[in-house]
Ligand binder design. Structure first.
Ligand code: SAM
Ligand code: SF4
Ligand code: SF4
Length: 347
């Protein structure tokens, strides 16, 4: 912790990215075939990050200083050495660690990994985009909602005194909008919180599907009214309130990577060590160079130049960081503080 505080101070003075949040995608292998996603179509070698590579990457992240980590995929449960990876990740991300898993796997495996996470206060994030046949269609998986809800229930039963935060992400699209309140209710009865995101096709791992693109209208208006200040939702309220103006094409914010590189840079590390920011492919590889070289290198500067003319987005990973750090009013700042405080008490 102390060393991290020292490294943070040094980066603030030198104006280098703090690297406050890092996502590590351990594999592109997946048990689902979601319409919105093409992670599983990646054709890179190795398909699963070996433990030794993870250790090298984790060492380089610690050396630079890292705070919040997400261990993700593909389906992270398909990684045979997931528990040793989580053990290493715990040492690397002192502020918070989250395992991101679709929970669409054998129950024994779900149980074993969930137990480890709960014992070590590692948060668990899953995905719940639709119920019944709509869920199966969106996620390309048979009995999708039954399977995931069953596993959510089971994990909640194991929770005991664990400080792990359990939450499910719901990607809102034009087909599932009317189901969102029911999805949230199903999560609540199983003791899980929710985050909502908007379907997009901004990055290389997402797919353009016209049917999923959110259309403005009374359905969206009704949904936003329902989500506004909803206690089961972990998103910032400013994010929720900005959804409709964004869909109507009225609001965009400056790109967070450009507006505040020090505070808002979020990195994603792929199974082969490639480090990416948002769209545009890798800007370096953590198996070949350290994070300091990447963030002071030409490719990073070039990428920020490209992002400065991006059309903008409304995403949980990027936009929300901007809204958190640059609230538009004192009331919004107060709202953000309250939300963070509640979140801290829950975890
Ligand atoms: C890439 S997945 C990896 C973890 C795991 N496989 C899962 O689905 O939860 C992480 C999150 O991104 C979301 N996602 C995937 N494609 C998306 C898209 N086109 N737009 C918005 N969110 C998307 C998923 O639904 C999931 O909540
Ligand atoms: S969103 Fe997650 S579960 Fe769906 S295909 Fe992509 S990685 Fe797999
Ligand atoms: S505005 Fe920035 S974060 Fe948003 S899509 Fe463009 S490059 Fe990505």
């Amino acid at each position: 912790m102390l060393r991290n505080a020292y490294l943070t101070g040094k980066k603030l003075i030198r104006k280098h990215p703090l690297n406050s949040s890092t996502e590590i995608r351990l594999t592109h292998l997946c048990t689902q075939r979601c319409r919105q996603c093409q992670v599983y179509k990646r054709n890179v070698d190795p398909a699963v990050m070996p433990l030794e590579d993870f250790k090298t990457i984790a060492y380089r992240l610690r050396q630079y200083g890292s705070n919040i980590g997400f261990i993700s995929g593909g389906e992270s449960l398909l990684v045979p050495h997931l528990i040793p990876i989580l053990e290493e990740a715990k040492k690397t991300f002192p502020v918070a660690l989250t395992l991101v898993t679709g929970l669409y796997a054998k129950t024994d495996l779900v149980q074993k990994v969930a137990k480890y996470c709960l014992e070590n206060n590692i948060n668990i994030q899953t995905s719940l985009d639709g119920l019944g046949s709509l869920g199966d269609d969106l996620r390309g998986a048979k009995n999708f909602s039954e399977t995931v809800l069953h596993h959510m229930n089971l994990i909640n039963d194991l929770k005991g005194q664990s400080k792990s935060l359990l939450y499910t992400n719901i990607v809102i699209n034009n087909l599932n909008m009317d189901q969102v309140p029911e999805l949230i209710a199903k999560a609540r009865t199983r003791g899980w919180k929710c985050t909502v995101g908007l379907y997009h096709h901004l990055t290389e791992t997402t797919t353009k599907d016209r049917e999923l693109i959110i259309q403005d209208g009374p359905r969206l208006e009704k949904l936003i009214t329902f989500l506004d200040k909803n206690p089961d939702i972990l998103n910032l309220n400013s994010f929720i309130r900005g959804i409709r103006p964004y869909v109507q094409g009225k609001t965009t914010l400056p790109c967070p990577f450009v507006a505040s590189p020090v505070l808002m840079t979020r990195s994603t590390i792929m199974e082969n060590g490639d480090l990416t920011l948002c769209w545009g492919g890798p800007i370096g590889n953590l198996l070949k160079e350290d994070l300091y070289s990447i963030f002071t290198g030409k490719r990073y500067t070039q990428r920020l130049n490209e992002y400065s003319s991006c059309n903008g987005c409304w995403t949980t990973c990027y936009t929300q960081r901007y809204l958190l750090i640059k609230p538009s009013s004192a009331a919004e700042a107060w709202d953000n503080t309250r939300k963070l405080w509640k979140l801290k008490r829950k975890s």
